[in-house]
Design a binder for this molecule. Structure first.
Ligand code: HEM
Length: 443
């Protein structure tokens, strides 16, 4: 995307995805691919989900298979069905409702982080993953870790495998192919989800997203079908933690490599009373808030958003046929130098003087399918960071090499070796290498 923007500018329309293959012969390559970067394109596409439909998170599967059902979660729904399911799950995610959960969120974070080992190497990404997953299941899925955690793990593995491309690019359903394995794993996941759903039946916890789906009726008033449950629950679960894990991991890495900022954030926390602080006080800390925003800007958990034209239409004034695929680059939108000076630099202080709109700060998307979980995300990220920082100083273990992958969230590939020390304020960056250097200009 960066190269395309450098060569062609923020809008590039490729009429043949692979130029030397005649498109009439290869159906998949017969539609244009459009790469865009910038608020105007984001607005045009995201405000019109009837024309520009989201692609699913998963690659789909054979007819009547669990793999195909899995890909029909909220993000794939359109029209009345989308509005219906969205209206069901939005109330518990509203600011007021999440604020009421603040103290519980803080307590869970403190309990979990207290168990993190000090003075020995850990995989930072793995610890961030379990922390966020625990909090999300505790607060948004009825605290049912026994069932929720294995389903979260399975869904996360399936999602990561899909974006490894092997399954999506060669959809041959045989026992030995990656796609065949994917189809079988999706069936196992579905069985677990339906078993979990049975436990939720009759439970009227109006904060439990899984219970809400199971115990509500469909848009036509009929009982929610197993197919709907099998699609919605894994989608909601993965949405609730996957992107937050990406953001927390990056925030910890960025703070470890920016000692001055880490010291200032710790000062802000200490002034407010550190350990005895309330969740509300943490959520209102200005520099902590700016640190989270800056992490999300620089390394957006969902750096690319994909849409497909449902009808012949136009984009930026160009006629494009039905089936045209468009990629909106959140990563590049968030680096518009007119809004974000020195866009590749991690500089939380910039947020004192800017207030970009949703289409210029492309983190939670925009329009009718924008993220309803943004307030939960901000709250959990601030509470997790405050809890970790007040207790631990984190040091990346040299030689530090961080490569990034997009599967589909932006994550460090593999382990992130780190050591936790009791917090003493002695922050120090380590020499760093890896592809992350192409995304962040470290001091
Ligand atoms: C830092 C954390 C998060 C980020 C960056 C994020 C980002 C996004 C983005 C970009 C989309 C739109 C995707 C697309 O249309 O292509 C989205 C949708 C969604 N997100 Fe989040 N999200 C985060 C956390 C959460 C949380 C905590 C929840 C809680 C359940 C959540 C629930 C959802 C749901 C249900 C949708 C689908 C909305 C719809 O289609 O109407 N997200 N998110």
């Amino acid at each position: 995307m960066r190269e395309s923007k450098r060569v062609f500018g923020p809008f590039a329309l490729f009429t043949e995805a692979v130029p030397f293959i005649r498109y009439e012969r290869v159906a998949l390559l017969s539609v244009p691919l459009v790469l865009t970067a910038g608020a105007a394109f984001n607005r045009e596409v995201l405000q019109d989900p009837a024309t520009w439909r989201s692609v699913g998170l998963f690659p789909g599967g054979p007819r009547n298979s669990a793999a195909r059902r899995l890909n029909q979660g909220l993000m794939r729904l359109t029209g009345h069905r989308h509005a219906h399911y969205r209206s069901l799950i939005t109330p518990p995610l509203r600011r007021l409702q999440i604020n009421e959960l603040g103290e519980r969120m803080l307590r869970v974070a403190q309990e979990r982080v207290a168990l993190w080992p000090v003075g020995e190497p850990i995989d930072l990404a793995g610890y961030a993953d379990r922390l966020i997953q625990d909090i999300a299941i505790e607060l948004l899925f009825g605290a049912d870790r026994e069932y929720g955690a294995p389903i979260a793990e399975m869904t996360s593995r399936l999602l990561g495998r899909n974006w490894g491309l092997s399954a999506a690019a060669f959809p041959i359903n045989l026992p030995v192919t990656p796609y065949g394995q994917y189809v079988r794993d999706a069936a196992v996941l579905e069985r677990h989800v339906l078993a979990w759903a049975e436990r939720k039946r009759g439970c009227n916890d109006d904060r439990d997203l899984a219970a809400i789906v199971v115990n509500s009726s469909d848009v036509d008033g009929t009982a929610t079908s197993e197919a709907t449950i099998a699609a919605q629950i894994p989608t909601l679960l993965i949405a609730a933690f996957e992107a937050c894990v990406s953001a927390l991991t990056w925030a910890l890495i960025l703070l470890a490599q920016h000692p001055r900022i880490a010291r200032n954030v710790l000062d802000e926390l200490s002034k407010t009373g550190a350990d005895g602080m309330s969740a509300e006080a943490i959520i209102n800390l200005a520099l902590l808030d700016a640190t989270v925003k800056e992490t999300l800007r620089l390394l957006p958990p969902l750096p690319l958003h994909f849409r497909v034209a449902q009808v012949d239409t136009t984009l930026a004034g160009y006629p494009v046929p039905r089936g045209t695929r468009v990629v909106l680059s959140a990563l590049l939108t968030n680096r518009n130098p007119k809004i974000y000076q020195d866009p590749d630099v991690f500089r939380p202080e910039r947020w004192q003087s800017i207030n970009p709109g949703v289409s210029d700060f492309m983190v939670f998307s925009a329009g009718p399918q924008s993220c309803p979980g943004y307030w939960f995300a901000f709250s959990v990220l601030k509470i997790a960071l405050a809890t970790i920082l007040t207790r631990h100083r984190l040091e990346l273990v040299p030689p530090v090499r961080i490569d990034y992958g997009t599967r589909p969230t932006l994550r460090p590939v593999g382990r992130v070796p780190a050591v936790l020390h009791p917090q003493d304020g002695e922050f120090a960056a380590r020499p760093i290498a890896g592809t992350v250097m192409s995304l962040v200009q470290f001091a």
